[in-house]
Design a protein around this ligand. Structure first.
Ligand SMILES: O=C(O)c1cc(=O)[nH]c(=O)n1[C@@H]1O[C@H](COP(=O)(O)O)[C@@H](O)[C@H]1O
Length: 224
């Protein structure tokens, strides 16, 4: 089985990002390039990282009217990303149009509820109820819209997997026992997320900020 760990290359400098990806390359299955990276380095940066030969997950978390999101999807066709994110709260029509505009080889997955939020944060956004129910509801909407899967925390992935048997599930907010939690609120270990049905494990700071990123990536790999 291929390594499910995607390294979140959340670094502002392109050279440093490239160097880190090269160092840990043997211990990861793909690379996630997010807003920080894409805003700083754009298409050029994606091409530079793609030279490493690992699948690219372009985490743009698109959230706009359907026409605009479809246009953005078309604009990134040329980059041939393996995975792209949109926000499920953008609604069914937006997700349908995003999927229709994506290239054939690209999985479109919907972010349900950010792992940096808990039940209290959810209520503050005007959504009554629990994170768990909110994630399951948005997963159902994403499935109905024809997306490939969702992004959720390790707290929900087992339940989502029961509800959507052949879905593709991306789980960030992963921490080993000795890692700091930072701004994340719904965290589990990489092993638990995988056992509960995650298809992709997104790991950033536990590798990026480690004193020895290669050792950190190896340690995570060894638990899987
Ligand atoms: O879509 C994501 O990848 C994502 C969704 C989510 O709910 N939470 C979340 O942390 N992420 C991303 O996953 C990565 C997590 O980074 P670390 O907390 O440093 O491991 C970051 O790049 C986030 O942008």
């Amino acid at each position: 089985m291929s390594n499910p760990v995607y390294l979140a290359l959340d670094l502002p400098q392109l050279d440093a990002a490239k160097a880190l990806a090269e160092r840990v390359r043997a211990h990861i299955g793909g690379i996630k390039l997010g807003l920080e990276f894409f805003c700083a380095h754009g298409h050029h940066g994606v091409h530079e990282i793609a030279h490493l030969g690992l699948p690219i997950f372009l985490d743009l978390k698109l959230h706009d009217i359907p026409n605009t999101v479809a246009g953005a999807m078309q604009a990134i066709h040329v980059l041939e990303p393996a995975i792209v994110t949109v926000h499920a709260s953008g609604g069914r029509a937006m997700m349908e149009d995003a999927k229709a505009a994506a290239g054939n080889g690209t999985r479109v997955v919907a972010v349900t509820m950010l792992t940096s939020m808990d039940d209290r944060d959810l209520v503050q956004t005007g959504v009554a109820g629990k994170a768990h129910d909110h994630v399951l509801r948005l997963a159902e909407l994403a499935q109905a819209a024809g997306l490939d899967g969702i992004v959720c925390s390790g707290h929900e992935v087992a339940a989502v997997h029961r509800q959507w048997k052949d879905g593709f599930f991306v789980v960030p907010g992963l921490r080993m026992a000795d890692n700091g939690i930072g701004d994340q609120k719904r965290v589990v270990t990489p092993r638990r997320a995988r056992d509960d049905g995650a298809s992709v494990l997104v790991v950033g700071r536990p590798i990026n900020r480690a004193d020895d990123p290669v050792a950190a990536a190896r340690a995570i790999e060894a638990t899987l």
